[in-house]
Design a binder for this molecule. Structure first.
Ligand SMILES: [Zn+2]
Length: 156
């Protein structure tokens, strides 16, 4: 999907802007965005499935699993598998929460060293396990936000 490629590029730009910001947090933000996208795709598939089944029933007063219905069922199953994999990855990242594993993941040990921004202060970021960043302007947003409070761009 193009949306994801655009988001990926925006995240890569965002990574340049935030400099030494933890790559793990960027990755978490990216995975969470992907997860939301997949969940929304499943909802669309459910809608489509409902429509297909209803149309079939309206014509024949009974429902057969036609090719298109079957295809949609398989797409939902596939999406669910992808969601499980994403959730496992996110879980792994979330539990790599100690300073040592963070340092192992990063090529340099001077995490936070070159950042002048107060929100990069490690003391302040301790209670916040995950930092969600707007993919367009790298402004910090809340987990459930769909619109950036800084640049007003809608994202997932
Ligand atoms: Zn923004």
């Amino acid at each position: 999907m193009n949306l994801f490629q655009d988001l990926k590029q925006a995240f890569e730009k965002g990574m340049e802007q935030v400099g030494n910001q933890s790559q793990r947090m960027i990755e978490l933000t990216r995975l969470n965005g992907k997860l939301k996208g997949k969940k929304e795709s499943i909802q669309e598939m459910y809608n489509k499935l409902g429509q297909l089944v209803y149309d079939e029933w309206e014509k024949k007063q009974q429902v057969e699993v036609t090719g298109e219905v079957h295809q949609t069922l398989e797409m939902i199953q596939d999406l669910k598998k992808q969601i499980v994999q994403l959730e496992e990855k996110i879980d792994q990242l979330k539990h790599q929460n100690t300073g040592s594993s963070l340092a192992q993941k990063l090529p340099s040990s001077d995490l936070f060293a070159n950042t002048g921004s107060p929100q990069m202060n490690p003391k302040m970021s301790v209670p916040v396990a995950i930092l969600y960043l707007c993919p367009f302007c790298a402004h910090q947003v809340k987990e459930d936000d769909h619109v950036c409070s800084n640049c007003q761009v809608r994202f997932y």
